[in-house]
Structure formats: C-alpha cells, structure tokens
Design a protein around this ligand. Structure first.
Ligand SMILES: Cc1cc2nc3c(=O)[nH]c(=O)nc-3n(C[C@H](O)[C@H](O)[C@H](O)COP(=O)(O)O)c2cc1C
Length: 197
C-alpha cells in the first residue's frame, strides 16, 4: 500500500508465463500486446482469488505520477452487485454477464494525472489477465455520480470513486453476428509523423 515499507519480497518481479522471443510458437511479449482484444462473452465460473492476486501483483509495478499509485482494486463476484454496476454506464451490461468484475478505484490522493495513471494500470491488468488466458473488457461508469455510486456498491464512500471497471473471466465463444463497434486499428502512417525541422 502507498506509504508502507517496501520489502525485498515486494521488489521481486512476478514472472508471467509468456515466452519472449522463443521459436516454439509461444506468444512473444509483442504478441501479448497486439493480440489483446475485448472479451464480452464468458464462461460461468468466477476467476479464482489467486488469479486476481497474481494479476494485481503484476499491475502494481505500473509507474504513476510521483509514484503516487493512486489506484485501488475491488474484485466482485456477487451477482447482485455486478447487476448494479452494469446499470452505472451506458455500455456496462457486460459487467452483469462476466463472472468477476474488477473495480478500478481512486480516492483521497487524486491529482491531475490520476486518470492517466489509472489508464496505465488498467492496461497492465488487462495484459496480465491475457497472459493467464483470461478474457477482459474495460468498461466506463459515468456520469460522475455513477462513479461514486459504483464505489458505494462495494462499501466505499466519497472521495472514493470507480470511473472504470474490468469484466473478467474465461472467454466463451462469441455468438455469430457482427459487433456494432468497429474492429481493427488505424495504420501507423495515419498515427505517426516524423517531424523534421
Ligand atoms: C476507456 C475505455 C472504456 C471502455 N468502455 C467500454 C464500455 O463501457 N463497454 C464496452 O463494452 N467496452 C468498452 N471498452 C472496450 C472498447 O470498446 C474496446 O477496447 C475497443 O473497441 C477495442 O476492442 P478490440 O480490442 O476487441 O478491437 C472500453 C475501452 C476503453 C479503453
């Protein structure tokens, strides 16, 4: 926790089972990043607490402004709470269907960098889950009142708020039909300019 003593045990990086640069068909580190997709269909079993802890153990090494580590996480399996969370964002229904939801919370030590920091730690969580073959989908909880309502659903009062949550679970096959959300990515030539004076 922020402000507590860091032990050597805390410094030990947790090795995730991703084969980097191997020639045995394993996923490379780059492949881990580029193969991450949003999962919105899940098998019914909750993610074991040990898996959640292992994912957070990786993600807690994410950098943050002034090393504030402004994030906290609450894992939710309870069906009723998940249904409540699913009502707190326009596109949050997946939270009711995923077996486990990880709420991303910020609270008293918010700064202008907190949302950026939370975005970074969210991506770390998604990649750590992906490395363990878990599917995930980040979800926005809004407007602002809903972010506070989400925190209250897990027993935390203002200033605690959860602007985002992650749906987590073992992926199930997606039913046939096209997603309303465009897929694919913009090409590098559209995204990158080499500035030359
Ligand atoms: C900040 C953020 C908010 C998101 N909110 C939602 C959401 O509310 N509901 C949802 O189903 N997906 C949500 N997504 C998932 C995006 O739709 C998904 O990352 C994007 O469409 C790319 O999906 P793909 O990697 O499967 O191509 C969100 C993603 C991000 C990064």
């Amino acid at each position: 926790m922020h402000g507590s003593t860091i032990t050597d045990e805390d410094r030990r990086p947790l090795v995730i089972s991703v084969a980097g640069g191997c020639d045995d068909g394993g996923m490379t580190d780059t492949g881990l990043i580029t193969s991450l997709r949003a999962t919105r269909f899940f098998l019914d079993h909750a993610v074991p607490p040990e898996d959640i802890e292992a994912i957070v153990d990786v993600a807690r090494w994410t950098g943050s402004a002034r090393n504030r580590q402004p994030w906290r996480f609450v894992a939710v399996n309870d069906r009723g709470v998940r249904a409540g969370l699913a009502r707190l964002g326009q596109y949050a229904q997946v939270l009711a269907h995923a077996p486990t939801v990880l709420l991303l919370l910020s609270g008293p030590d918010r700064s202008q960098d907190t949302e950026f920091d939370l975005g970074r730690v969210c991506q770390s969580l998604l990649l750590a889950a992906h490395a363990r073959s878990l599917g995930s989908c980040p979800v926005s909880l809004y407007p602002e009142d809903n972010a506070y309502a989400a925190a209250r659903l897990v027993g935390l009062c203002a200033p605690w708020r959860a602007d985002h949550a992650i749906a987590l679970g073992r992926p199930a096959p997606a039913p046939p039909g096209r997603s309303a959300i465009p897929t694919g990515r913009k090409p590098v030539r559209e995204l990158l300019t080499h500035f030359r004076a």
